[in-house]
Design a binder for this molecule. Structure first.
Ligand code: TRP
Length: 453
């Protein structure tokens, strides 16, 4: 084994780390995707399954990723090489993670760009003009315009680069300390407003009163897949962020707090969105258009709707930004650690490359709509499927296999490679990561590959 590197400097405080890691976890997945899939899968029962998946599957894998990073003291690929040797096949797991983070950034920034556009629309009042058809038509107008999509995507990546270039303390941690409290503040404001609206009660019932007849095997698998995505697992984020953690930090406690905050945001966002939808008597299973098409119409019918709309899209933009930061940092850490580049150069390079790869994704909503990469899927859809359905679960599977079967007691000599608790908590973790997590993730993967359909 290579010598694990001298401990590198990193987060200024554990609180700063929690905010940055929570910033990665809380993203479009929480505010855009979770509400609409919960709507489609019928609420309460789905939420319950999702919570179990976070607890039994997501948490143990998060602990494993943080541990690998903290022990290896390098980027996602370098950490595996530091632990297993330069030529070890485990480094391929690192490779898969960095590739996943990079491709994810390229198409995530297109959707994140929409949130920038809607902030602008809400601030200038364009979002409040005209009848409901015209308002929901704005979304189609946006995605039909290639220059506008590319412009917002570029601006979003530029903002991300501007933050990551400042480094861990001066960039990522500093901005997380501004953006995350901002996000929580805005969300609580909207949530309180939603709970006092006519649809508040109905929204609570929908989320928390389970109706198990609504559960299908598809909902189980979606819950599992989403638990994974929302915690930013399988793309090296937690390995990279973990490498900047101090050796004494309690990885169980930190992971638990991150997962708790992430879940809280997803719940509050869904309750808020559902209360608006119920207040207007609209159907709850509107799908992906829920946030960009349905919500703006509904905001217009509420008192203070203009302010609420602005606040909401600002929230979405903040959430997307702190997630994109973490994706870029995975790539940047790799380029700095393994190629020896300076941060400024590595960040501009990583951001620029992700921007270029994102252009075909943006164009696949308009000019290149007809071009299919995978059968029947546009470039955007193909990238999304490749990463969300295959690379991330595969990365998580390998991490749990590694932590459960390859990691030995021998490893745990330096403090940075030890989990603080070696009692009951450790035993539970080890069991989950050794048996339950790999089995469950394998199930999802096989299902995505079409084995059960
Ligand atoms: N978790 C984020 C969300 O919910 C997305 C995200 C950020 C992510 N970094 C990631 C997902 C790394 C997988 C891997 O939107």
């Amino acid at each position: 084994m290579d010598t694990p590197n001298a401990l590198r400097s990193g987060w200024a405080s554990r609180f700063g780390f929690i905010l940055a890691a929570t910033g990665s976890a809380v993203g479009l997945g929480n505010i855009w995707k979770f509400p609409y899939i919960t709507g489609i899968h019928g609420g309460g029962a789905f939420v319950l399954v999702y919570l179990l998946c976070i607890l039994l599957l997501g948490l143990p894998i998060m602990v494993a990723e943080l541990l690998i990073g903290r022990c290896g003291q390098r980027d996602a690929i370098g950490s595996f090489m530091a632990l297993e040797g330069r030529k070890s096949p485990w480094r391929l797991v690192g490779w898969g993670s960095v590739a996943a983070a990079f491709v994810l950034l390229s198409f995530y920034s297109v959707v994140a760009g929409w949130s920038f556009d809607y902030v602008c629309k809400a601030a200038t009042g364009i979002l409040h003009r005209g009848n409901p058809e015209q308002i929901s038509g704005l979304f189609g107008e946006l995605t039909a315009s290639a220059p506008r999509l590319v412009f917002w995507q570029a601006l979003f990546i530029l903002t991300t680069v501007g933050i990551v270039i400042g480094g861990i303390r001066g960039g990522i941690e500093r901005w997380s300390k501004i953006l995350m409290p901002g996000l929580f503040g805005l969300l609580i404001l909207l949530f309180l407003h939603g709970m006092f609206s006519p649809g508040g009660m109905q929204s609570l019932k929908f989320m928390f009163v389970p109706d198990f007849t609504k559960l299908t095997s598809r909902s189980l698998l979606d819950a599992l897949g989403h638990a994974f995505f929302t915690l930013s697992l399988g793309a090296g984020v937690m390995i990279t962020y973990g490498s900047y953690l101090d050796p004494e930090a309690d990885l169980f406690g930190l992971s638990f707090r991150i997962a708790l905050l992430d879940t809280l945001v997803a719940m509050l966002a869904s309750l808020t969105i559902f209360s608006v939808v119920f207040s207007a008597g609209m159907p709850i299973d509107g799908g992906p258009g829920l946030v960009f098409k349905t919500l703006p119409i509904l905001f217009m019918q509420l008192p203070f709707g203009k302010v609420l709309a602005l606040v909401f899209f600002l929230l979405l933009a903040f959430a997307a930004l702190t997630s994109a930061i973490s994706m870029l940092e995975v790539v940047v850490a790799y380029v700095i650690d393994e190629w020896g580049w300076r941060r400024a150069k590595a960040t501009s390079f990583g951001g620029g490359a992700a921007f270029l790869l994102g252009i075909p994704c943006a164009l696949s909503f308009n000019l290149w709509e007809g071009i299919k990469l995978l059968p029947g899927r546009t470039v955007f859809q193909s990238f999304d499927m490749l990463v969300s359905s295959y690379l991330l679960p595969l990365g998580g599977l390998m991490v749990s296999l590694y932590a459960g079967w390859v990691w030995t007691k021998e490893r745990e000599k330096p403090a940075s490679c030890r989990l603080a608790d070696s009692g009951v908590l450790f035993a539970v973790w080890h069991f989950l990561v050794r048996y339950l997590a790999p089995a469950a993730v394998l199930l999802v993967l096989l299902n995505e590959a079409g084995l059960f359909s």
